[in-house]
Design a protein around this ligand. Structure first.
Ligand code: FAD
Ligand code: SF4
Ligand code: SF4
Length: 484
């Protein structure tokens, strides 16, 4: 029966849901793909070959049981498909939307070469959006409440996965975040055209209804908020999921001119505006691209989000300046394609030399690059092409060169907290525990800038370890608070 429905990849071509026309989608921040219909989802799921050793599953960071829920979807057993998917992923409807599937599950699907991969992410999104609509997803109400509590610093995907997993076990979970909303970069970094905000808010409400207590506007270690030591004394274990927020600086003359802004400030203003907040820097034009010539410097996914945001804000022109070529850029090719369709001009093999202007930026002086000999990682290093300078008009320059961790040792006043030479928090990967007993960490603050799905994986691993730790503490009657 199953075999009859499956392995249709030879006769059924790969198809994505309808993609909104460029002319329409560049005027709003809605997602660009519609949803599969049930028939369409079943048909696309039926393309799966049901591999004995599924490489899609191996390369999915949360090890989703992909062939099994694809089969259930193809057979119309959607509630079972959702249950199985939810067992390994705390935010499947979000991963289905924004995982770079071409580098993970779908990029490793065996039918990718020759027949094009099964559209795994889109099916995952379909299963879970359907589950929400049909009311199958309920808040996790634990069977029994346990008195011990866990303090989670950071309400991004890593912190939310920890909170969800530990709440299911009945532990008291308190999540602290410096932002006024839950979701971390999912709410204020990633634009709505990739991930609509109500999808994130829906999860926030569900966790709250399940008993997770959120303390928002609480910047641990900053004046006016509890310090790290205080949090340790309040809770029996701590999870740090604070992400990476220090923008790598553009190091060229003129960087201090008004009109040269960091990517996250720019994207946060845009996301806040979409959420209905008052954003004076946006309304006054400092953080808006409307009517401007925009140059975004960088070639990663953050740069792609900035250029596509600028298009939607009504920029006069949007250019992306990247020092390597298209083949060597770190951003997802899928996102580059969307950006090109939407009218972004890529200026490959080019780097800024200076930002020019009197009272504010007026132009970027750039220079051509070429790819030289490979470095120790095998990647070709960009080299300057002499006498190749050129100018681009620019009223807004957005620097999107990546992020580094803030100094957590100082922020938390904890010299005992071991960090790497890059400033990421060092953990024992077998337990997710930091150098401090009872203090665990995961997500970007451990890995460096990474992905939502890796944050979820870390959160799940840390939650399992925290659960064992709390059981051991409860058994011998000693809580972290007493040990500290
Ligand atoms: P975060 O999501 O950064 O959350 C950390 C939270 O900790 C934040 O809410 C912050 O306010 C809080 N915090 C920090 N310090 C403190 C403190 N002292 N006290 C209290 N709270 C604190 N990944 C994908 O998979 N797909 C994508 O398409 C994608 N696009 C991206 C686009 C952009 C513009 C950016 C910047 C990132 C993108 N990413 C994407 C990466 C992804 O968002 C991150 O890898 C992921 O959010 C990391 O999760 P996290 O929980 O570790 O940290
Ligand atoms: Fe693919 Fe991400 Fe879903 Fe895993 S979680 S199956 S990598 S879309
Ligand atoms: Fe199906 Fe592709 Fe996974 Fe094989 S690799 S089980 S064909 S989705």
């Amino acid at each position: 029966m199953a075999a009859d429905k499956m392995m249709q990849f030879v006769s059924v071509p790969q198809a994505l849901p309808h993609k909104r026309a460029v002319d329409e989608r560049v005027h709003d921040f809605g997602e660009i793909y519609d949803r599969f219909t049930p028939a369409h989802a079943a048909q696309q799921a039926s393309r799966c070959e049901q591999c004995g050793i599924p490489f899609c599953h191996i390369h999915c960071p949360v090890q989703n049981h992909i062939p099994d829920w694809l089969r259930m979807t193809a057979e119309g057993r959607l509630e079972e498909a959702w249950e199985l998917n939810a067992a390994t992923n705390n935010l499947p409807e979000i991963c289905g939307r924004i995982c770079p599937q071409d580098r993970l599950c779908e990029g490793n699907c065996v039918i990718e070469k020759g027949f094009n991969a099964v559209t795994i992410g889109t099916v995952e999104r379909f299963i879970n959006d359907t589950a929400f609509e049909r009311g199958w997803i309920k808040p996790n109400k634990p069977l029994r409440e346990r008195p011990q509590s866990v303090g989670v610093i950071g309400a991004g995907p890593a912190g939310l996965a920890v909170a969800d997993q530990l709440r299911k076990e009945g532990w008291q979970v308190h999540v602290y975040d410096r932002y006024d909303r839950v979701g971390g970069l999912m709410i204020y970094g990633i634009p709505g055209f990739k991930l609509e905000k109500d999808v994130v808010v829906r999860r926030w409400r569900l966790l709250e209804e399940g008993g997770v207590q959120f303390h928002l506007g609480c910047d641990i270690g900053a004046p006016g908020s509890p310090g790290f030591a205080e949090l340790r004394s309040r809770h029996d274990a701590i999870f740090i999921g604070t992400g990476v927020y220090k923008a790598r600086a553009l190091q060229v003359p003129g960087v201090g001119l008004p009109g040269v802004v960091p990517a996250l400030a720019y994207l946060t203003a845009s996301n806040r505006k979409s959420l209905g907040d008052d954003v004076p820097a946006f309304d006054e034009g400092t953080l808006s691209a409307e009517g401007k010539h925009v140059v975004v410097v960088g070639g990663g996914d953050t740069a792609m989000d900035c250029v596509r945001t600028a298009i939607r804000q009504g920029a006069l022109s949007v250019k992306c300046l990247y020092r390597r070529d298209k083949q060597n850029m770190p951003g997802s090719m899928r996102e580059v394609k969307h950006a090109e369709e939407e009218g972004v001009e890529f200026v490959w093999l080019s780097a800024p030399e200076a930002f020019i202007g009197q009272d504010r930026v007026e132009a970027v002086r750039a220079i051509r690059m070429r790819l030289g000999t490979p470095d120790s990682t095998g990647r070709q290093s960009p080299e300057l092409v002499p006498d190749s300078g050129f100018r681009l008009p620019a009223d807004l320059v957005v620097g999107a060169l990546g992020f580094d961790p803030e100094d957590h040792v100082t922020m938390f006043g904890e010299p005992e907290l071991k960090v790497s030479r890059w400033g990421t928090i060092t953990i024992d990967w077998s337990t997710m525990q930091t150098s401090m007993p009872g203090v665990f960490a995961g997500g970007d603050i451990v890995r460096g800038a990474s992905l939502v799905v890796w944050g979820i994986r870390d959160g799940r691993d840390a939650a399992a370890s925290i659960h064992r730790h709390l059981l051991a503490c409860a058994a011998d009657g000693s809580a972290l608070a007493e040990a500290a």
